[in-house]
Design a protein around this ligand. Sequence first.
Ligand code: ADP
Length: 464
Amino acid sequence: MIPITTFVGQRVAVFGLGSSGLLSAQALMQGGAEVIAFDDNEKSVAAAQAAGVTTQNLRELDWSKIAALVLAPGVPLTHPTPHWSATLATKAGVEIIGDIELFCLQRAMAGAACPLVAITGTNGKSTTTALITHLLKSAGIDAQMGGNIGVPVLRLAPFAPGRAYVLEVSSYQIDLAPSLKPTVGILLNVSEDHLDRHGTIENYAAIKTLLVAGAEQTAVIGVDDRYTRAAAERLERAGRQVVRVSVEAPLRDGYYAEGSRIMRSVAGKAHPVAQLAGIGSLRGAHNAQNAACAVAACVALGLDLAQIQKGLVSFPGLAHRMQQIGRKGNVLFVNDSKATNADSAAKALASFPNIFWIAGGKPKTGGITSLAEFFPRIRKAFLIGEAAADFASTLEGKVPYEIDGVLSAAVDAAARDAEASGLKEPVVLLSPACASFDQYPNFEVRGKAFTDLVLAVPGVAPIA
Ligand code: ADP
């Protein structure tokens, strides 16, 4: 845990007592602050009390004595409407912050030279965060990974000279972290998402841009959409060091993908800096964007190209995102359970030529009609869950399919058909384009079920 000493002797209110909120309360207490915590859920309040945290209904608080309100990232700050605790704090002129802000304040106070890489974007945050951590670690650097990726930032090891931190930061967290000044900030991309929390796309893009605008040394920006392109131009005009990344077109200055190579161009002179061919965990143009941004960040931090290439080759990838599970003969089994909508499934479908596709679950608006351009790659579809009938009608006459209902039947059938196909590189791909909630509690449990089923198919060798 990282104790927070910047509020020593002061009273701090904490609202939202999930794992990161509770940890914020404890880190503040350990650092000498007086904490008063609350949650709308009685059970969370009771759990915090049991953990030794003082709780009180924040409606009854004397806000004039409060130094800050620490809000858990899931609690609405502005949209669709501010949470009542945020309204009370604002009325009293109390600053509202999150756990990443506590981390940043403490980092500044600690004064230890700890490089900080912060990553945001609509898609690819977790992959890029994990990849950078892996690249740093494989170069022998003590790299700590946390934030939105699932490890609350205050759970990481305390600041020590040379220790690096790699943080995935969501737009909600940026909103609550005005002191976020990473050594290297990365903005991968911006597309419409979470507008319920940020109102307009312009507002959402502006919040994401704050992360790179605050970068102390380098702002790495994927410039393949108009919002990030505009952000790069704005920052450069303001005299900031911007490193552009594209997987769509060569750049005069910056990093870009050319086939499976990552090129670096300086004043129009380009040379290759990394090679992604044969790296199963980084297939597809979307991963080229993640990898190119990761390479740019590591170069900015001083890693040499040989170290970076070594790390890229050994990157295991993240669970449930185009994760290679096993192989039987030439059949590859891939778990992409995280693809809970058609846009995400498109990334996986674009990455393989001969697909035995397991899809379905709790349907999302629009179904799979937007995936028509990938239908020629699908040798057969194996449909499960509530969406099966709807998906079948979209595929009718275009792609052979069968309705299997449940994952176990789909895995058996897809494994059988892929093996019998005689194709060169058949892939059994779970990329559901649906939420999991009709049959599983979440996409992780669905992905684990798929993995277990695949590894139980006779003759399948696991891929570590
Ligand atoms: P996030 O943490 O931003 O949700 P992840 O790294 O977990 O992103 O990837 C989630 C899914 O998003 C992947 O399975 C893939 O379908 C898609 N994805 C990953 N990287 C990108 C990218 N750079 N651009 C577009 N889509 C991406």
